[in-house]
Design a binder for this molecule. Structure first.
Ligand SMILES: Nc1ncnc2c1ncn2[C@@H]1O[C@H](COP(=O)(O)OP(=O)(O)OP(=O)(O)O)[C@@H](O)[C@H]1O
Ligand SMILES: [Mg+2]
Length: 238
């Protein structure tokens, strides 16, 4: 279980304090799917980065499996089973897809393991394992590789930041069924897509750095309107 208590994050810009996350209190139970939504700039990515330890909160605490991880660095949080797939995946000069999968799992993966994880994100292993992680990969390919690496890690807490970004609509069904089948872990997905919201157990709505709605999908989803959510988009089922 992940618990966030009284979490605040602000930065100073031109001598003025800018509040980015304002007194966040959230509990994420094991084996549930949580979708965080909210308008651009509402603080979703920052919240995930703080949970991962990439950005440090100004105050408040984070407990994971009962342990206070508020001051732990990224590596220690990673070792405790927390994984984060970036909104904008990073490239790694000189590394191949295969190397990144090996780093993610901490051991050399065989072809069938790599095939398993890459096929889940719609990539054929033999075409990709020796591809360099550089800007020759398309945005969608990079996003899929980032997803595959996160899946390969088999974390206890997986966080996906707008996993649908750059994924073509033809593959959307595969993406949603991928999340539906992620069992045995807590999954936090940041998304603006209605079809991703529909696979949530619970939905959290952030607005201007505050949690303004949270709870079971069936209670929260009807309250989300285009107005409330900023830019909830329908994706055609066709
Ligand atoms: N280090 C920083 N300095 C100044 N402003 C920052 C900093 N980090 C984040 N912000 C601001 O905090 C706000 C929240 O950013 P964040 O990336 O968390 O938003 P988001 O909800 O993920 O938005 P999007 O839907 O566009 O991805 C934005 O206004 C952003 O510009
Ligand atoms: Mg974001």
């Amino acid at each position: 279980m992940l618990e966030i208590k009284n979490l605040n994050y602000y930065v100073t810009e031109n001598g003025k304090q800018k509040v980015i996350l304002n007194d966040i209190n959230l509990t994420f139970e094991d084996n549930k799917v949580y979708v965080i939504t909210g308008h651009n700039g509402s603080g979703k990515s920052t919240l995930l980065k703080i949970i991962m330890g990439i950005v440090r909160q100004n105050s408040g605490q984070i407990f994971f499996d009962g342990k206070d991880i508020s001051e732990l660095d990224i590596t220690k949080r990673g070792q405790s089973g927390i994984c984060y797939a970036f909104q904008q995946p990073v490239t790694f000069k000189g590394l191949k897809v295969k190397d990144l999968l090996d780093i993610a799992t901490g051991e050399e993966n065989n072809l069938s393991e790599m095939c398993d994880v890459l096929s889940k994100v719609g990539l054929c292993a033999k075409d990709y394992i020796n591809r360099a992680l550089d800007d020759k990969l398309s945005g969608g390919e990079l996003k899929r590789i980032e997803l595959a690496v996160t899946l390969a890690r088999k974390g206890k807490l997986n966080m996906f930041d707008e996993p649908e970004a750059g994924i073509d609509l033809w593959s959307f069904d595969n993406l949603t069924s991928l999340f539906e089948n992620l069992k045995g872990a807590t999954n936090i997905i940041v998304s603006h897509q209605k079809r991703i919201l529909e696979i949530a157990d619970e939905i959290i709505l952030l607005s201007d750095g505050k949690v303004v709605l949270q709870g079971e999908k069936k209670k929260v989803l009807p309250k989300l309107s285009d107005n409330a959510c900023g830019r909830l988009r329908e994706v055609s089922h066709g």
